[in-house]
Design a protein around this ligand. Structure first.
Ligand code: SAM
Length: 287
């Protein structure tokens, strides 16, 4: 492809083998995959994501190196939401919807109860890249369904068209998403999630809590955000209160310290990237 063609198409150049790479905010998913690949290589790993390294290898880690500072945190948040989703599925949520799934491979790597359906929503280029690297089609298979959609638009229609049932209890997850959307977009998103949630549904969210303080130097991360034009567009000082206002009962909202203790990562406390209030909450829909 000539430079002119590339300029016309815009965005990142194709990888050597012709694969198009995620662009902009989609690249942040590669940063998360990098954290999961590094955690998976540890002897004392909290989870094993055998697919994560392939995504990083396909892109290279230079663009997302600024996210390494959050590696320990991302490992903890992955473990927390693995546990949350599996408990929800085993507790009766027959559907799982991962909002902005990115390169999350839970659909493939977690031991779901038979019959669980996992829907993965993200931007079309991210899902195409993901399943290209995995050597799979984006067609529904083995209980997982990719739903290409923009979560600022009418994604609910795309989800139901893909076979999602609002009548069945669902475990929802918004991990690594809400900070990249505006407050208005997030309010609209949580309302739509509520409309599509049968009683007994669960919702796991992550926000950037502005009261969290960072010990490490996050300037490399900020530079990365600006180089790929993916700034945080919102923060949320009271994630539990926000969920309550939208019809959810918070069930688990660990502080950063509690999170470290829960997963036996006390040794990480000195190198952790945040202290105090966490931005991770799971909640239940009770009507
Ligand atoms: C930091 S990554 C997190 C990915 C995944 N949840 C994880 O934790 O591994 C952010 C993801 O949000 C997705 N995203 C951002 N804005 C979006 C939008 N408007 N619609 C759909 N996906 C979006 C990006 O494509 C990217 O995959």
């Amino acid at each position: 492809m000539g430079e002119l063609d590339q300029a016309r198409l815009g965005g990142a150049p194709p990888h050597g083998d012709g694969r198009r790479l995620p662009e902009g905010v989609g690249l942040t998913a590669v940063g998360v995959a990098l954290a999961r690949a590094r955690e998976s290589a540890r002897d004392d790993r909290l989870f094993d994501d055998p697919y994560a390294k392939a995504f990083v290898d396909a892109v290279g880690d230079e663009t997302v190196a600024g996210m390494k500072i959050f590696g320990g945190y991302i490992a903890l948040r992955t473990a927390l939401f693995d546990d949350y989703l599996l408990a929800a599925a085993r507790g009766g949520c027959s559907q799982v919807v991962i909002l902005a799934a990115g390169l999350d491979t839970r659909a493939l790597r977690l031991d779901w109860p038979a019959g669980t359906r996992v829907f993965e929503i993200d931007l079309p280029d991210v899902l195409a890249f993901k399943y290209d690297v995995l050597g799979e089609s984006t067609e529904p298979t083995r209980g997982r369904t990719a739903v290409p959609a923009d979560l600022r638009e009418d994604w609910g229609a795309a989800l139901t068209a893909a076979g999602f049932s609002p009548q069945a209890p669902t475990a929802w997850l918004a991990e690594g998403l809400l900070p990249y959307l505006t407050e208005t977009d997030n309010d609209r998103l949580v309302d739509r999630v509520g409309e599509l949630s049968a009683l007994g549904s669960r919702f796991g969210i992550e926000v950037v809590n502005p009261t969290t303080t960072y010990r490490g130097d996050v300037s490399g991360f900020k530079r990365m955000q600006s180089s790929i034009n993916a700034p945080w567009r919102s923060t949320q000082p009271d994630p539990s209160g926000w969920l309550v206002r939208h019809g959810w009962r918070p069930a688990d909202a660990p502080t950063m310290e509690e999170l470290h203790l829960r997963y036996g990562r006390e040794a990480f406390l000195d190198e952790r990237t945040g202290t105090g209030a966490g931005g991770l909450v799971t909640a239940v829909r009770e009507g």
